[in-house]
Write a protein that binds this ligand. Structure first.
Ligand SMILES: Nc1nc(=O)c2c([nH]1)NC[C@@H]1CN(c3ccc(C(=O)N[C@@H](CCC(=O)O)C(=O)O)cc3)C=[N+]21
Length: 275
């Protein structure tokens, strides 16, 4: 079993990006994070993103709003970041509190600053294979497969989860890489039956330890995108300790996909700056 650690992937990408940044000179490449409410994963991401951005020498703006904020106040905060020329990229963290209409909010985001590929415009470009910003977590999954030399072509990829930030985009990206792709979700009857057919399983449903060892084909590659809180610990969607005995390769949580996602974000901010 190979543990697909994220750090090696992140370090390789950061090194390549560093060379491009050196050519920028004194300008401060800056990103902003819009954090609303108290979701565990969103707060974790904000913390790690701030550390990663600052260590890399980027400017970082945290716009944090409480659970009780109104929808209109969030839209106003987002528009201010759109209009701020010192901010090159904006990351609105999901999920937001239920009373925030994120569909409306997201399309108030300037597509040129949409570093996590959330706007309808960028979703269109990405799904059509015409460039655009793609969600960084989906890019992180692809970067891990690529770094460890795991081919997607000819493989059956089973994606568990259909969210706009990960399930859907990673399905399109593995399809573009010539995988045969099945998308499952919380309403798929007999989920195990589908997951069991996966040569590559991408778990992104947001339920702690929902992917168990009996659901995995021996030798499968397992990419765990989950960031869940269980008994005060951060755990993935995969029951790691049991599945690692069955899989040929698996990403740990933490230290897997999440640690690459922040680096993909650094690349996206550079692209937004450069555009
Ligand atoms: N628009 C949007 N896009 C996202 O991609 C998105 C989001 N919203 N909302 C929240 C979730 C959560 N998420 C994480 C990313 C990196 C770490 C991360 O850096 N994790 C380290 C933590 C290491 C540690 O805990 O020591 C790791 O996994 O190694 C965590 C969580 C992205 N999400």
């Amino acid at each position: 079993m190979i543990e697909l650690r994220g750090k090696a992937v992140a370090d390789a990408h950061k090194e390549a990006l560093q060379d491009k940044i050196a050519a920028v000179g004194d300008a401060v490449i800056t990103m902003a994070v819009l954090l609303v409410g108290s979701d565990h994963g969103a707060h974790m991401y904000a913390t790690f993103m701030e550390k990663t951005a600052k260590n890399f020498g980027y400017g970082f703006v945290l716009r944090e709003l409480p659970e009780t904020v109104s929808h209109d106040e969030v839209v106003t905060a987002l528009r201010e970041l759109n209009d701020d020329d010192t901010v090159h990229g904006i990351l609105p963290l999901m999920p937001m509190p239920k009373h925030i209409d994120t569909e409306v909010l997201i399309d108030a985001l300037d597509p040129k600053k949409d570093i996590d590929g959330l706007t309808t415009y960028n979703i269109g470009l990405v799904t059509a294979g015409k460039g655009g910003f793609a969600p960084c977590t989906a890019k992180a999954c692809m970067a891990i497969l690529d770094h460890y030399g795991i081919p997607v072509e000819g493989k059956h990829v089973v994606v568990v989860g259909r969210s706009q930030v990960i399930g859907k985009p990673v399905a399109f990206m593995t399809l573009a890489a010539h995988g045969t792709v099945t998308i499952c979700h919380s309403r798929t009857p007999d989920l195990a039956n589908y997951v069991k057919q996966g040569d590559i399983v991408i778990a992104a449903a947001g339920r702690p330890h929902m992917i168990t060892a009996d659901m995995i084909k021996p030798g499968a590659v397992v990419i765990d995108v989950g960031i869940n809180e269980l008994n005060g610990k951060t755990v993935g969607d995969v029951d790691y300790d049991a599945v690692k005995e069955i899989a040929s390769a698996i990403t740990p949580v933490p230290g897997g996909v999440g640690s690459v996602t922040t680096t993909m974000m650094l690349e996206a901010v550079y692209e937004a700056y450069h555009a």
